[in-house]
Design a protein around this ligand. Structure first.
Ligand code: GLV
Ligand code: GLV
Length: 274
């Protein structure tokens, strides 16, 4: 599981291990170099969770923009007294710009849904990413990306290069009316910088499906923040997708143990030749 950290210590005490099949697409829980040196195959579960994660991203975007959760809570607190022209006023998405950070499989699937909501899309990719991404999406440098986006959604893998990539500079350049959504990895965000930015009104709200340390409860300063909508790492949590992920992981393991190349082998290039 993505919660199991496959560190050098763990790998060094596993003398017969042939494969570790992650039940996730992200594999920041793997020490890829050590596993590769030891000839251990690593696999993940790409593709099968792309649409589910894109759906959650949109669910969070709509919920955040339209204040769904605070509205529901207001009813439960008996605060719905009358319909009125200016109560529960929120943000309209139609006509706004969606900024996608990381145009891989999931980022692209999120972008694909934007025209249906009347949103235009811009994207930012790190210079060292492979650069292959769909046509028709305007790529911007970071500064322009931050200044133009009304909603920013993160779809980057967590690596040493992307850890805390969303930092003070981002919040200083974002629109004060913008929303931030993270369905990728908590470690992408400098969480204390986000908390400070929310407190200072540098952005309007954040939806976080992932946090740097998980799990968390109400005592976490971001989870309990009035401008934050938090969910418990449920991007791929549909019964359809979790079943497909389990089958994919099992297929990778069976292939490895039959001396075949697992379909989702991550470290082929590094493995010592048999
Ligand atoms: C879930 O977080 C995944 O990486 O699949
Ligand atoms: C709102 O309920 C409307 O009918 O405009």
């Amino acid at each position: 599981m993505l919660t199991d950290r496959m560190t050098a210590d763990v790998l060094d005490s596993a003398s017969h291990l042939q494969i570790i099949a992650n039940l996730a697409v992200g594999y920041d829980n793997f020490d890829v170099d050590t596993a590769s040196k030891k000839g251990i195959m690593l696999t993940n579960t790409p593709d099968v969770l792309t649409e589910a994660t894109a759906e959650l991203t949109w669910a969070l975007m709509l919920a955040l923009a339209r204040q769904i959760v605070p509205s529901h809570q207001a009813i439960l607190a008996n605060q719905w007294k009358a319909w009125s022209p200016d109560s529960f006023l929120a943000t309209q998405l139609t006509g706004k710009t969606l900024g996608i950070a990381g145009l891989g499989r999931i980022g692209t699937a999120v972008a694909r849904r934007a025209p249906a909501f009347g949103m235009s899309v811009v994207a930012w990719q790190r210079q060292d990413s492979d650069g292959s991404s769909p046509d028709g999406i305007l790529r911007l440098n970071l500064q322009e990306f931050l200044q133009r986006s009304d909603v920013i959604s993160l779809h980057l893998p967590l690596t040493t290069a992307t850890r805390a990539v969303v930092n003070r500079t981002w919040f200083q350049n974002m629109k004060p009316t913008a929303f931030l959504i993270n369905t990728a990895r908590g470690g992408l965000i400098d969480e204390s910088a986000l908390k400070e930015a929310l407190d200072r009104g540098y952005l309007k709200g954040a939806a976080l499906d992932v946090l740097n340390e998980e799990p968390q409860g109400a005592s976490h300063p971001l989870v309990s923040h009035p401008l934050v909508l938090a969910t418990p790492h449920i991007g791929s949590a549909t019964s359809e997708t979790r079943r497909a992920m389990a089958l994919r992981a099992a297929t990778n393991i069976v292939a490895a143990l039959n001396d075949e190349t697992p379909p989702d082998l991550l470290n082929a290039a590094f493995l010592p030749k048999a």
